[in-house]
Design a protein around this ligand. Sequence first.
Ligand SMILES: CC(C)(COP(=O)(O)OP(=O)(O)OC[C@H]1O[C@@H](n2cnc3c(N)ncnc32)[C@H](O)[C@@H]1OP(=O)(O)O)[C@@H](O)C(=O)NCCC(=O)NCCS
Length: 252
Amino acid sequence: MMLSRCGWMPPPDRRPWPDGAVHVWRARLDWPDASAVALEPILSGDERERIARLHFQRDRRRSLISRGLLRTLLGRYLDMPPEALAFGYSPYGKPALAVPDTPLRFNVSHSGELLLIAVTLERALGVDVEEIRRDMEVLEIAARFFSPSERDRLASVPEVLRHDAFFDCWTRKEAYIKAKGDGLSLPLDQFDVAFGPGLPARLLATRPDQAEARRWWLRELDVAEGYKAALAVEGAGLTLACWDWPTARYAG
Ligand SMILES: CC(C)(COP(=O)(O)OP(=O)(O)OC[C@H]1O[C@@H](n2cnc3c(N)ncnc32)[C@H](O)[C@@H]1OP(=O)(O)O)[C@@H](O)C(=O)NCCC(=O)NCCS
């Protein structure tokens, strides 16, 4: 895949359309509650109910902004009012546009105060962002979730770099799982990703179908201090554009 290095840019003035490209949008979720509430009217009743059930106000705010920005952004791509969009869900919960004949595909990830939305045409894609947590027993978690070669790789990384390496691996695995859309029914030890100091993101091996590894393109996204992120896209031959959602605009 011919994806160039991702530098975050101000968004284009014209209506965006990802011909031959993957667009990744980055937004912050730490808005004042009053600005977040302004997005509520564009959500569906189901979405509002699901968000209202979240226990913490912080999570309700983040989910409201995520869904509100997703609708606003996709509405801009499709030249439709954000509230007119409908979504369908795969058996594992992956959302997709329920708009007849649209080639637009997207995936969303949020962690801490960051939101990423990746958009392309007619290809499966997955994106994952994680806030790096330094208090986690990463070797123990890797022993449960990573493949044997990934566990060995993580253990070989110097301790001072190990949390960063762990989250590199985690986000790369999660981006691939999210692109496939099968949730955790796809066993996490059935594929290996490249990660750690000096190793760019790559799907190294897939089991039992070894050819699967060549069908996917994986890359890391440099999103913000304290976060790791990755993108997985089916196929080859795309370019990458990374855009920031300007605070002034999303504060309404
Ligand atoms: C559902 C899953 C995608 C959750 O991922 P997550 O990292 O907790 O959350 P993210 O913020 O990255 O993604 C959530 C978004 O992905 C989308 N999504 C939901 N189910 C999805 C699926 N099966 N496939 C792809 N995308 C999905 C939704 O847009 C969701 O947004 P919403 O919560 O606002 O509705 C799933 O992969 C999961 O449960 N993973 C468990 C984590 C784990 O054990 N990882 C080990 C990695 S080594």
